[in-house]
Design a protein around this ligand. Structure first.
Ligand SMILES: Nc1ncnc2c1ncn2[C@@H]1O[C@H](COP(=O)(O)OP(=O)(O)O)[C@@H](O)[C@H]1O
Ligand SMILES: [Mg+2]
Length: 374
């Protein structure tokens, strides 16, 4: 774990970073995001000691990095920057192998690793290894930058806006590849960006910075759903969650208080309750709120319900969803089964809410209403 404790940075009397406290988890992608000049690069460069803090402490696995040799520390981490940082007078192979050669690793192993890295970033080794950086496109150069950062198998990889200068299509495919290679290599990646969509897509945790301060540090989902303050709210944007529908969960859009009845309630009472509440279904629950079934008004027409109870007309064979299911799963089930009422139950079968076609429409249309207000 990389830990920043009360880290501040001043240039003369200008405060650049103020009391940053941050715990960066191993084997995860942590993103630093914020507007230009907020201190992202400064924070990143303090982790490999390209910049020293004015006060505060940075530790890696509990060890103060001031006690480490800065050159050795830097070599032990991968580092990818926007302008690739490839040496123009060296071939792709020489660029990728530089650190391993300095460290005098086994030449055979170095060669093998280079081929593995080229494959990892989707570049044909035979075609590209002997070329110079200027003979590659921007996207290809950035792939080489990533291959080089991973080549000496560092635990930590620092990436400073690595995709910002690329066209949107190339950027998007490199983001996909970063996610993919993280699944295989499990590095501790600290990634800087100013692009919220990019951060949401690739990050396990996002640290939002504003004017040299850390304003929120959480998962993409929690940041989208519970922005810590107005700055984050504006920065994230109200509609952003709709571009990541997999983060919208059933509990975010369900009605919390469905109209219920007990199995032993009389049908007469149940019909009256439906009428008063303007609903055409009742969720039938036991004393512990465990869902027993659904009572549909439609199954009560033209029947003699004198002395009959809810349990006599209950539909026991019903589909349900969990509060934490995503809206995408929900829509699939609704679509495949052509149903319009979907109870929400927890893992013990306790009724937590209800999704109806109209509650779904209301929440889906919200995004368009909010867009028009902009
Ligand atoms: N060497 C320096 N001397 C004075 N100010 C600096 C220096 N380096 C960076 N800054 C200032 O520190 C602030 C944060 O810079 P930086 O970390 O590069 O921001 P970001 O990466 O978020 O765009 C900026 O206002 C920048 O002008
Ligand atoms: Mg920067």
């Amino acid at each position: 774990m990389i830990r920043l404790e009360n880290v501040s940075k001043n240039y003369k009397d200008k405060k650049i970073l103020q009391n940053i406290n941050l715990e960066i988890q191993d084997n995860a992608i942590t993103t630093l995001i914020g507007e230009s000049g907020c201190g992202k690069t400064t924070t990143l460069k303090m982790i490999n000691r390209l910049i020293e803090p004015s006060s505060g402490t940075i530790t890696i696995d509990g060890q103060d990095i001031r006690k480490k040799n800065p050159i050795a520390l830097r070599r032990s981490m991968g580092y990818v920057i926007q302008q690739t940082g490839l040496f123009p007078h060296m071939t792709i192979r020489q660029n990728i192998e530089l650190i391993s050669k300095i460290e005098k690793k086994d030449p055979k192993k170095i060669k093998e690793r280079t081929l593995e890295m080229m494959e990892m970033v989707g570049l044909n080794a035979e075609e590209y290894l002997d070329r110079y950086p200027s003979e590659l496109s921007g996207g290809q150069q950035q792939r080489v930058g990533i291959a080089r950062a991973f080549a000496s198998d560092p635990k930590i990889v620092l990436m400073d806006e690595p995709f910002s200068a690329l066209d949107p299509l190339t950027r998007s495919s490199l983001q996909d590849e970063l996610i993919h290679l993280q699944e295989n290599y499990h590095k501790t990646i600290v990634f800087v960006t100013h692009d919220m969509d990019e951060a949401i897509k690739i990050s396990d945790k996002i640290a939002i910075m504003d004017g040299g301060k850390l304003v929120q540090y959480d998962t993409p989902e929690n940041i989208l759903k519970h922005p810590a303050n107005d700055f984050v709210r504006t920065f994230v944007g109200n509609k952003r969650i709709w571009t990541s529908p997999n983060l919208i969960r059933v509990e975010d859009i369900m009605m919390d208080h469905p109209v219920t009845c007990k199995p032993n309630f009389s049908i007469f009472y149940c019909l009256n309750k439906m009428k008063m509440s303007h609903v055409d279904t009742l969720m039938v629950v036991d004393e512990k709120k465990k869902l027993q079934g659904i009572l549909y008004a439609s199954s009560l027409t033209n029947v003699n319900y004198e002395n009959k109870k809810a349990r006599d007309f209950i539909e026991n064979d019903f589909l349900s969803v969990h509060p934490e299911d995503s809206i995408i799963d929900l829509l699939k089930i609704i679509d495949e089964n052509k149903i319009s009422t979907m109870p929400v139950v927890d893992h013990k079968g306790i009724l937590k809410g209800l999704i109806t076609r109209s509650s779904l429409l209301t929440s889906l249309s919200q995004q368009f209403l909010e867009k028009e207000e902009q």
